[in-house]
Design a protein around this ligand. Structure first.
Ligand SMILES: N[C@@H](CCC(=O)N[C@@H](CS)C(=O)NCC(=O)O)C(=O)O
Length: 187
């Protein structure tokens, strides 16, 4: 199994999961900032030109929620994860929202406003709005999961989403989790 990743990108969520599940894997660095995701070689692996990709040997998986689900279902027993149907459905529910409503939405607004407009003068207001939306999402999540009650897969995603945006100064419940520190080690 090989993870194509870029430090601090959304591949981080998968990276942390692999470390915590304790499964052997290889990794290959594909930086998101220097065009490496758009090379012919990488496009042959993932035509979307993105990380993460988890190459299983037989086929390559893309999209964080799909990869996380695969890891949970295949190796969840390593961490005694509850993989009963309703728990898995809940995980999908959260990951879909984190992937679309948070990552593709406000995170893109904050980090890549140029993807949303060609008008340079509009970019700072798009970023500002993105930060507001991200804080709203963050408060929604914290309200839902008090300290220590957050399902593992969600906390892994949040580490990724909030790490840079809030500059580590969130002071929230989940930031104290061991996985956050694990994430810092492999970042
Ligand atoms: N929906 C995708 C999003 C993947 C994505 O946005 N990857 C970014 C890094 S966070 C990337 O590879 N960007 C490089 C690029 O678009 O050139 C997923 O969940 O995996």
């Amino acid at each position: 199994m090989k993870l194509y990743y870029s430090p601090g990108a959304c591949s981080f969520a998968v990276h942390i999961m692999l470390e915590e599940l304790g499964v052997p894997y290889q990794k290959e660095l594909v930086l998101t900032g220097d065009g490496s995701t758009r090379t012919d070689r990488h496009l042959a692996i993932n035509p979307k030109g993105q990380v993460p990709v988890l190459d299983l040997g037989t086929e390559a998986l893309t999209e964080v929620p799909a990869i996380m689900l695969h890891l949970m279902l295949t190796y969840g027993a390593n961490l005694k994860l509850d993989t009963s149907p309703l728990r898995m459905v809940r995980a999908v529910e959260w990951m879909n929202w984190l992937s679309s409503g948070v990552h593709a939405g406000p995170v893109t607004q904050c980090w890549n406003p140029h993807r949303l407009t060609d008008e340079q003068s509009h970019q700072s207001s798009i970023q500002e709005k993105g930060q507001k939306r991200l804080r709203e999402a963050y408060h929604l999540i914290e309200g839902k999961f008090p300290k220590g009650a957050m399902p593992l897969v969600i906390s892994r995603w949040l580490i990724l989403v909030c790490l840079d945006i809030f500059d580590g100064a969130i002071g929230s419940a989940w930031i104290c989790e061991p996985s956050f520190r694990a994430g810092q080690v492999i970042a």
